[in-house]
Ligand binder design. Sequence first.
Ligand code: NAD
Ligand code: TYD
Length: 342
Amino acid sequence: MRLLVTGGAGFIGSNFVRLMLESHPGYEIINLDRLTYAGNLENLAGLENESRHQFIHGDICAVEIVHRILGRGVDAIINFAAESHVDRSILDAQDFVRTNVLGTLTLLDGARRNKTGRFIQVSTDEVYGSLGPSGSFTESSPLAPNSPYAASKASADLLVRSYHRTYGLPAIITRCSNNYGPYQFPEKLIPLLVTNALSGLPLPIYGDGLHVRDWIHVRDHCNAIDRVLHHGTPAEIYNIGARQEMPNLEIAKRILRALGKGEDLIAFVKDRPGHDRRYSIDPSKTERDLGWRPSIPFEQGLQATIDWYRQNPAWVEHVRSGEYVTYYERMYRQRHRTLSEL
Ligand code: NAD
Ligand code: TYD
């Protein structure tokens, strides 16, 4: 099977690439990534000489690139590529609409024209908006996005739906809760708090810190996408979550405790505008229909993640200094074919 994974140099995409290469020895992966600030080839370190993994530096909005890749014959597309940080979308949403909406449309058109097999759209629980203190999102909860990021992901979901209904494209949407784990860019809550705590820097907590997120280890998310890819039903939506809700403040306290640091490092800062109060995913349908179960308890996954950041200071340092940007030149350019050679 030959897969096109987009955004495979990002956090979840790179974890997914590793998982697929490990668990499906016969699979070949074409990894298309624009290498924005969030794309980091150090996330794929060790795969430079893996013949089943081909990295292509390119944009999912580029019709010609997408067409040329799909023209080689691809069995499935798993679309991770996105602008993914809510705070950045509040500052400027242009790139979010370009990549998340127009980029998804370009992939959908490419898939339709080339009669590509399955199209997996990796979406988010944020498209459902915010919840009160009780209840959980199901696949039939209404779309009510509150941030420009969430609105761009919801727009992409609607396009995916329309390509199934209009053209019969075998497309599936997954909506997952907040991920954490290795290789997450330290602008997101958990890696930011862990790397700051390791450096003795303040841990910024928005507002009162009582906003609740539903956390899942990235490995569990990737395993769920594997199940969806192989056993999901076209046109369906699958919620993915691990029933592990926690307020942000509690996470900060746990990280500090694990690192033997004092709570005086917690710094309450101005709240995010439009900050969703609570997310909660009901993953029952995915569990029931696909036989998938999350397997990493939050306490264990958080400790493993803290350990990973502690044991990989060079990765953190290269992200902070910007040195990761040159990894492509140093490690990849010589070993991977350019687009003109496809
Ligand atoms: P990320 O920001 O770490 O990675 C995104 C990747 O996409 C980067 O490698 C970036 O270079 C690439 N990219 C951006 N624009 C591109 C373009 N135009 N063409 C090609 N590549 C491009 O994001 P992530 O946290 O790994 O999230 C991956 C996907 O999962 C996103 O679609 C996101 O919406 C979704 N998701 C994330 C979470 C989460 O908690 N992180 C939860 C649910 C769903
Ligand atoms: P984030 O990791 O940005 O994910 P999302 O907004 O997509 O859920 O944020 C997770 C939660 O942590 C969210 O409630 C905002 C909060 N947060 C902070 O309190 N401080 C921070 O510095 C960041 C980045 C997030």
